[in-house]
Design a protein around this ligand. Structure first.
Ligand code: COA
Length: 162
């Protein structure tokens, strides 16, 4: 059984993430979407909230599960006997950061490969930060995030103190 892990902050999950997860689910027997800690980011949603939003967004994909982990990605990958880490690549600007992470992960766990899927053209400009910025100013985020979680994201930014 080929197991892949799609790690990320998912703060919140966007249509860009969902596209990558959907395509990965067609390539692997099982895909684990792993809500992870990026120490460089201060998140708008808690780990539990991000996990719940992501689980709702991928509920229609039978071979996809969602989990969270606050340790090293490679340790999780090893513990779940996964062999591939899947990441989406948008533009050249993502490349250096992704290359550095892939090399670091390879050094820590030589048995796991990182696989990059190119982002769909319509999601090239999309990011979680962009969604948060638009929602924060009351703008329309339709089509940028999965429809089933859009109301929860809008509600958070309508009442940011919650
Ligand atoms: N289309 C559109 N946008 C996309 C996208 C796609 N296909 N794929 C990613 N993005 C965007 C995201 O929305 C996000 O936007 P933001 O920067 O505005 O938040 C950005 O690209 C990348 O974020 P995300 O995919 O959520 O991942 P990340 O870079 O925050 O994740 C971790 C990094 C969590 C995977 C990494 O820090 C990690 O592995 N942490 C665990 C600890 C560890 O092992 N550290 C050592 C790693 S070497």
């Amino acid at each position: 059984m080929k197991i892949a892990v799609c790690p990320g902050s998912f703060d919140p999950i966007t249509m860009g993430h969902l596209d990558i997860i959907t395509r990965a689910s067609a390539l692997f027997d099982r895909v684990i979407v792993l809500i992870s800690i990026n120490v460089a980011k201060k998140t708008a949603f808690t780990l539990a909230e991000r996990e719940a939003l992501t689980a709702k967004a991928v509920a229609h994909l039978p071979n996809v599960e969602v989990d969270s982990f606050d340790g090293l990605l490679v340790e999780y990958v090893r513990a779940r006997q996964a062999t591939v880490i899947v990441r989406g690549l948008r533009a050249m600007s993502d490349f250096e950061y992704e290359f550095q992470m892939a090399l670091a992960n390879k050094r820590l766990n030589p048995e796991a490969e990182t696989m990059f899927l190119t982002t769909a053209a319509e999601n090239m400009y999309l990011s979680s930060s962009l969604v948060k910025q638009i929602a924060g100013f009351g703008g329309n985020i339709t089509g940028l995030v999965p429809a089933c979680i859009q109301p929860e994201i809008e509600a958070r930014f309508a009442n940011p103190s919650r």
